[in-house]
Design a protein around this ligand. Structure first.
Ligand SMILES: [Zn+2]
Length: 259
């Protein structure tokens, strides 16, 4: 109760000051959907973003000095995907760690009974009740090249939504049994199609990394939903409809308001 009261008081204080003009410039440049939102949605996004930036622990890694552009870009994209969701879906993400570029993590690999120490390359990671880790070079590249279907922030934060029910299986908490049934039917069919397309070498709109497993499929589909919504709606209408129902957003309609 005290924590909740304190949080409310802190949030009120954060939102009492005007939104910084240079933050608005970063938001418009790196979250292109911002200009297509309704004034009400824009105001909510600005508020959510300020609370998100203030309440997370931000850490630059490998000598990276964090800038406002980095925080506004990451927070803006994360808050955009959560705009229609209830509550505070990223409350469990306490820290955002940012590397200048891709980074390497130690990894143990077993070969014929021998333990071999290796390094694995990473662009980002998402830990259960832990940090989200991102390569700024990739976040910036995705932000400046919208429409290519790739977005590291949406990918890693989709994993956080997936983990809200404590299992990383490509199914976030859903409203009811009926929605869970539709989710299972549509996601299974779309995932299996991507696995087949990848195996047979067919070109796909969805990144074939999504064929790794169901959790990666949800993350990749989320990237496409927000970054290539019109293409996703025309090529995968059932998947688009399902994600639209979950995120409570219709990003394709933003680009063609008269459609
Ligand atoms: Zn992933």
């Amino acid at each position: 109760m005290i924590v909740s009261w304190l949080r409310k008081w802190r949030r009120k204080k954060i939102l009492a000051t005007p939104f910084p003009s240079d933050w608005l410039a970063h938001l418009k440049q790196n979250v292109v959907a911002y200009d297509h939102l309704t004034p009400r949605e824009q105001a909510k996004l600005r508020d959510d973003l300020r609370v998100f930036i203030a309440e997370k622990n931000w850490e630059g890694c490998a000598g990276l000095e964090l800038t406002d552009e980095m925080k506004v870009t990451i927070a803006g994209q994360a808050c955009l995907m959560a705009l229609g969701l209830e509550g505070d879906p990223f409350a469990c993400v306490l820290s955002i760690l940012v590397y200048p570029t891709g980074y390497a993590v130690p990894q143990e690999h077993w070969y014929e009974g021998w333990s071999i120490a290796e390094e694995a390359a990473r662009l980002g990671e998402s830990w259960y009740r832990g940090p989200v880790i991102l390569s700024w070079a990739d976040v910036r590249r995705d932000a400046r090249h919208p429409g290519e279907g790739q977005n590291l922030v949406w990918h890693e934060f989709a994993h956080q939504l997936d983990m809200l029910d404590r299992s990383t299986n490509g199914t976030p908490p859903l409203a009811d049994r009926e929605q869970r049934r539709r989710w299972h039917d549509v996601m299974t069919s779309e995932y299996e199609q991507l696995v087949t397309d990848e195996r047979e070498g067919r070109a796909t709109l969805l990144d074939t990394y999504g064929a790794t497993n169901e959790a990666e499929f949800f993350a990749v589909a989320t990237e496409c939903f927000f970054d290539c919504p019109i293409l996703l709606r025309s090529q995968h209408p059932k998947l688009y409809e399902l994600l639209g129902e979950y995120y409570r957003q219709d990003p394709a309609a933003r680009w063609k308001p008269s459609a």
